[in-house]
Design a protein around this ligand. Structure first.
Ligand code: ZN
Length: 83
């Protein structure tokens, strides 16, 4: 169970009950790779690197959540996974 004091929780209420899809990371435009996990700030990149994520959960408005944070917070945020 995740504590409400978890450092990653910064009042992300806008992510509550979001519809998420699991996807490979794609930059919003070519050469612009600057997304982070909404919770732990892990960087997302399309190329494999140490310490970055290449895939994760994304909302319709392109907010990314890493796999670890998805697993940790999915019950708290009531996310719906679109298949
Ligand atoms: Zn994360």
């Amino acid at each position: 169970m995740i504590s409400p004091d978890d450092w990653r929780l910064q009042g992300q209420d806008w992510l509550r009950e979001e519809l998420l899809r699991f996807k490979s990371y794609l930059p919003p435009k070519p050469g612009f790779e600057h997304d982070h996990c909404e919770f732990c700030w892990l960087p997302f990149r399309s190329e494999p690197h140490a310490g970055v994520a290449n895939e994760g959960y994304v909302t319709g408005d392109k907010r990314w959540i890493c796999e670890t944070c998805y697993e940790d917070f999915k019950l708290l945020f009531d996310w719906v996974l679109e298949i």
